[in-house]
Design a binder for this molecule. Sequence first.
Ligand SMILES: [Fe+2]
Length: 233
Amino acid sequence: MSSDQRSPLDYGMNRLWSTPIRLRNLLQEGIVEPELHEWLENFADSAELVSGPLDYLRDPSKRYSRYDLSVFASPQQPELIRIKSILVAQADQYVRDEIVDPLPAHDKYVVSWFVIQHPQNAEEAPAPHYHESGDVAMVYYLTPPSNRSGSLVMFDPRGTVARGGRALPLHKAFVEFFPRRGDLIIFPRYIKHSTTPNTGATKRKVIAGIVAYDDPHRSRFRYEAQAEDLCCI
Ligand SMILES: [Fe+2]
């Protein structure tokens, strides 16, 4: 990783509470085989993976489904099964390293989808958003534009004030990340993010996803029952 990329990813107001954004290149590290990567790049050309129009926002049943979420729900192709398993393993490791190790008992929920941005189509660039239903969000870059467009812009809602309240001379509350082929980036759900339009000559292809580590159902119901008891005393 070049120093100009490393520097913003180390973004943080101090050493104790930096923003835990993880970057690694799965292709260079041999975690994703070149053949698998190429297969996924070709698969991303499937017509059904093109995102729906912004008009979907007016339809409550489609508001959160501009993308085909069914592709990774119960994948049949071994390549989709493999990349899903790789990405979930990376999310698990990230959570262990950054949040808690060992992971407590949990029910895990994984939702993944392809995001395709055609050249010169600003409407396909995801607007600023959070992934509230997950604990972590991740993006695996199949084919980034070659001209440094289609960057990922991440905002830390904790702002530019030092932890503890001391104002710092740094007023840039966002990190702009210019991906390379094979990069995987993982970040916590409180990071609002967006993508800039693809102004390159080729399609921008990524796999995005979220992973949620929920209480096991039984303990969650137990907790809710206790909360109800408490409220009614
Ligand atoms: Fe996102």
